[in-house]
Design a protein around this ligand. Structure first.
Ligand code: 1BN
Ligand code: ZN
Length: 320
């Protein structure tokens, strides 16, 4: 698997070095979800060599609507509202609801991961994941950055992935449940959704097909600075850095190295190449993290655009 990833990266880097980063602004798109193309009708989208771009205002609108649902801890009305919203936004797509019961220090809870699958022409899978729950037992926490930013950006990415069968591996978007601790973060009180899914995918052989697992968490901070996570796969971080550099966004990436505990860890332990794209410097000395200050006014559509475009460019590089 690592050999396949390295070969892919070598090819991708060689191609990337020959191209020019595009300078055109993203095209404005309607706020409504376009109708899904009928199966088997669209030809694979040719790779023009031009990096695809997301729609930052639409991405921000998703985040705004999610924050408007209020706190979204597991078991809450806000959490149920967001689940219904995800199902509505992904209607017509191939979505699996991965339900399970989690044992937590606060009791047993039903949880659900959502997996939307977009087929490609090649073997293998690229997973782009985020978590959609917010801190448990905090009614003053709306998680604009920690929860809503990744959830909204993945909904925006879905627009690009459903546009037609891509040349390259399949892309799966995953909204993970139960990332947050119920009491104090520990190996057993955290990452409920990702631990469940990594175990399931290891058992059924899916982990062997995953070329890359890209995790997006806290990516909406207006003052965007994505960490170099020392628990991520170095070759995958290198590829993300290459994508960011091609787009001229490298100043927002990898200035500081930190070991991150997050939803990528169970997949890394299962042998999957992973990259955690997280800005863990949210406000001065991360002061807004897990507080009532994690609100929409701290975010910027530009940050969603930077991360979204880097992810799409990374998918393009991984597809070559
Ligand atoms: C990220 C956002 N995390 C929780 N919300 C993961 C994490 C937990 C990061 C503990 C650092 C410490
Ligand atoms: Zn959190």
């Amino acid at each position: 698997m690592i050999r396949r990833l390295l070969l892919c990266l070598t090819l991708a880097l060689a191609t990337a070095a020959c191209g020019q980063a595009p300078t055109d602004p993203p095209a404005k798109q309607p706020q409504t979800k376009p109708a899904a193309a009928p199966a088997g009708v669209t030809a694979p989208a040719a790779d023009s060599g031009v990096a695809p771009r997301i729609n930052p205002s639409r991405a921000m609108q998703y985040v705004r609507e999610i924050v408007g649902m209020g706190p979204r801890p597991v078991g809450s009305a806000g959490h149920r509202k967001l689940e219904a919203y995800l199902r509505t936004q992904l209607k017509g797509d191939n979505v699996e609801t991965d339900g399970f019961t989690a044992t937590t220090p606060a009791g047993s809870f039903p949880m659900r991961n959502y997996i939307a699958r977009y087929p490609g022409t090649k073997e293998g899978v690229i997973v782009i994941a985020t978590h959609y729950d917010t801190l448990y037992a905090r009614q003053d926490f709306v998680g604009a950055n920690d929860g809503a930013s990744g959830t909204g950006l993945l909904l925006e990415l879905a627009h690009h992935l459903r546009a037609g069968k891509r040349n390259g591996p399949s892309v799966w978007l995953v909204w993970l449940d139960g990332e947050e601790a119920f009491q104090v973060w520990s190996a057993t009180d955290s990452l409920y959704g990702s631990r469940h899914l990594a175990q399931k995918w290891q058992k059924d052989g899916t982990t062997k097909k995953i070329q890359a697992f890209l995790l997006l968490d806290m990516i909406g901070d207006a003052d965007l600075s994505i960490e170099r996570d020392s628990n991520s796969t170095p070759a995958l971080l290198k590829m993300v850095e290459q994508a960011a550099t091609r787009l001229g966004y490298q100043s927002h990436f990898f200035r500081r190295e930190v070991p991150m505990e997050d939803d990528h860890r169970p997949f890394a332990r299962a042998g999957v190449p992973v990259a955690d794209l997280i800005d863990f410097d949210y406000g001065y000395a991360n002061a807004f993290w897990h507080t009532s200050d994690d609100t929409l006014d701290k975010l910027s559509p530009r940050s969603l655009e930077i991360v979204g475009d880097v992810v799409l460019e990374s998918v393009r590089l991984l597809s070559q």
